[in-house]
Design a protein around this ligand. Structure first.
Ligand code: GRF
Length: 226
């Protein structure tokens, strides 16, 4: 196995060994002169949102988050966006009569903020053609399994139930079929004997925070073929 795919830095060690990330990105700083205009959609605690925002702040990802769209008034991700002084828009799915109507509103907001690429960082809603009509192959999602294994909700529970020894996370382009678009980047982590949902999720999330910013760099760089 090539040394380039086994990254032996501190972030890639777990309490049971080395984590595998592929593809290897030689430099995390994109050469593009104009920053990528991102819109982030999230429903939860926002740790992936914060990882992307921190990568940008650290100069590792040449991008700008124009807006955070969140669908749950209680979502902690809103506070994270405010810490970075990023505009937030609440679009509560419960107020829309169909998934398509919800996505029409989302696309309108993303366009109004000048968003070029969309990142679903824990967005727990099913995508419709309306969003893809607006953003085509420019929607990225992070999923807590090694796709194509364990699609859909409860991916980590599915991995535990299947008693797999290795799982991980996948950054991929979004397509109409849930968790089935082109894979951009994956990281593998071991499943330990005494893992619970929480311990395994925490181990996976460390890797999500590494690969999501890098996957954005790969997907938005014309020199990479997906
Ligand atoms: C992540 O584990 C992601 O894989 C899943 O939702 C979770 C969001 O976590 N789709 P956070 O809100 O980014 O902490």
């Amino acid at each position: 196995m090539s040394e380039s795919v086994i990254q032996n830095n501190q972030n890639n060690q777990t309490n049971s060994g080395t984590v595998l990330i592929s593809p290897h990105l030689s430099s995390s700083v994109q050469s593009k002169s104009a920053p990528i205009q991102l819109g982030v959609m999230a429903s939860g605690s926002g740790s992936n949102f914060a990882a992307v925002a921190a990568s940008i702040a650290d100069g590792k990802l040449n991008a700008e988050i124009k807006v955070l769209i969140y669908n749950n008034p209680e979502a902690k991700v809103k506070d994270k966006a405010e810490q970075y002084e990023i505009p937030t828009v609440l679009i509560d799915h419960r107020k829309y009569s169909s998934r398509e109507n919800l996505d029409h509103e989302i696309v309108a907001v993303l366009k109004a903020y000048g968003v070029d690429w969309v990142v679903m960082a824990g967005w727990m809603r099913i995508t419709t053609q309306v969003l893809l009509d607006g953003y085509g192959d420019r929607v990225i999602n992070i999923h807590p399994s090694l796709l194509p294994s364990f699609k859909g909700i409860r991916a980590i529970e599915q991995a535990l139930e299947a008693k797999v020894k290795i799982t991980g996370c996948t950054a991929h382009l979004v397509s109409l079929e849930v968790d089935s678009g082109k894979i951009i980047m994956q990281a593998a982590v071991p499943v330990l004997e005494d893992d619970t949902l929480d311990t395994l999720h925490a181990r996976i999330q460390v890797q999500e925070h590494i690969i999501l910013p890098q996957a954005i760099a790969i997907a938005t760089d014309q020199s990479h073929k997906l």
